[in-house]
Design a protein around this ligand. Sequence first.
Ligand code: CUA
Length: 682
Amino acid sequence: MSPILKVVVGGSRKGGAVKRGSLVMVAVLALVVGAVVGVVGARLGGETATGGGLADLAEARGLDGQQAEAALKTFVPPGEYDEYYMFASGGHSGQVLVIGVPSMRLLKEIPVFTPDSWQGYGYGTDQGNTVLAGGSDQDKDATELTWGDAHHPALSETEGDYDGRWLYINDRANGRIGMVDLADFKTKEIVDIPNISTSHGGVFVTPNTEYAHISSMTPMPFTENGYADLSEYNEKYRGVSSWMAIDQATGRFDLENSFQIELPPYTQDLADAGKLTSFGWGFINSYNTERAVGGDAEGGEPIETGAIAADYDFLHIINWQKAAEVVAAGDYVERNGMKMITLQTAIDEGLLYLAPEPRNPHGVDVNPTGDYIVVSGKLDPNVTVFDFEKIQTAIQNQDFQGTDDYGVPILNFDSVVAGQVEVGVGPLHTQFDGDGNAYTSMFVDSAIAKWTLGTKAGVSEADAFKLVETIPVHYNIGHLVTAEGDTVAPDGKYMVALNKWSIDRFPSVGTLHPQNFQLIDLDSSPLQILYDSPIGVGEPHYVQMIKTDKLTSRLDVYPVGTDPATMTTSEFATAPGEERVERNGSVVDVYMTALRSHFTPDILRVKEGDTVNLHITNVETAADATHGFAVPQHNIEASIDPGEVVNISFKAVKSGSFAFYCSEFCSALHLEMQGWLLVEPK
Ligand code: CUA
């Protein structure tokens, strides 16, 4: 921390509670800034660019001491970089947002499940269209999906720490998972997970990205035609835990080595991977273990009533390492192309155990040392902390309180719990810093509770499992994130609250309000909100925060001739001077280059009914020298990044003269970067 900030932080504690406009505030602020200017006056030059001192400037803007301090903590000077990337799911926008921290500036939107015209994703290029199409059910009668509900991003890890290689994200609506390569921030693959219809929070990677896990949310019938009446819910519907093996060279899904575990028909929800002490295990929450199916218009009760009847639901405890051995030994069935361990095998082999967890839990989060598994019951004011060592002892001693209706052993609650902390109303998700503290979001209270873990997280016996403080947020928080908070080595430093409602926090933009990401300083005591950041794109659900310098594979330009789908040289790469048109019957292949400020060739002559395959190489080597390619009336729009080869195939069904153009403002003669597609009538 710079001397300037140290002085401001130290001095402003007193000013924290001072309200805007009061004389006391001005006096305190003058003291604070006076101290700053006094200590490092030479560096600040004594006066601001506008003439007065910093205190005058703050006063003129109506900022109290704490607000002026927040401005200094979040400001990233023009041309300088943020310390962290935050990868946020874009909710039903289907995309991923990349946001800088602490500035909270939106850096990019990465299209995953939904087409994006700026990046030419889903607008005629083979690359985007193929990725999007791969995520739809391959059944010929299936509906093509052009949106997703992007929910839980999971950054790839090595030894439990983010390694900056890949990002996985699930589609809550359709039970799919996508993979983004962080070398070029592009989606490379979407897989429609067999035997899963919807998936909420069951996404995580194991500590070396051996697997990306995705579980079902709503159970579905395992029947030939995918149908079973709800009267057969208990017998025919099942949940699924999927362990998608990851190709360690490419980050893509390796279906051959992936497997699933059949689960009881509970609503499996949030999940997390064990790490360090608990490596090899995974944990999934569930609710609606009552198996309510609704029917409020048929004389029954709504699901929300039936699903909260019991005092406990079940934490699922899964030994994935042993499950992989069971699959390797051939003890599985094949279901829709996936290897599946049946529920009976999972029970017989000791792969699956349950632990009671207080009412209708949402978050389950494993602490950095892997010793504690934190669960929040939405209808319980406590967070419940399970102890992994106690879980193992209970399993070994068969310390069971019984089995569920499907024969899965239920561990004795009192034998496996390390502690409970009363935090407030509506606890949901928990994140961690590196100092043994946990932070739990509370939806109903619109607040975050800071509390301490136990001795295995380095907390003294006397301080263990205690509420430290609570900070209000604005409003209705869902998830939260701390810097690298899902790893074995969280940074602390920053926390972001993902608030669902923003009501009065921003100027009105109509009846649909933006979300509000609130940046919180974890080094302040009491905790301090630094910044409100409106997110007017989709409904971000969860985020992960990674140090920018960890993305070491990041490319600024592609080597010329690269196909982003394979990250190798494209067979269609075209060098300047080699541009050509090849006609084979009614199929026309065009090998084109793009270079400021022309396409070569710039006149394309085809005949009505021809199939046209455009192969366009951007031969630029300068970073940011991107060209676009837009064809009127054809719904074709490509982004051709420097070095990239883009393939576009279409049938020239309509005769006419079409003036294609570069859609990216690339140069002074950008408007001149155009050409003709001449489709001669039959
Ligand atoms: Cu190339 Cu505009």
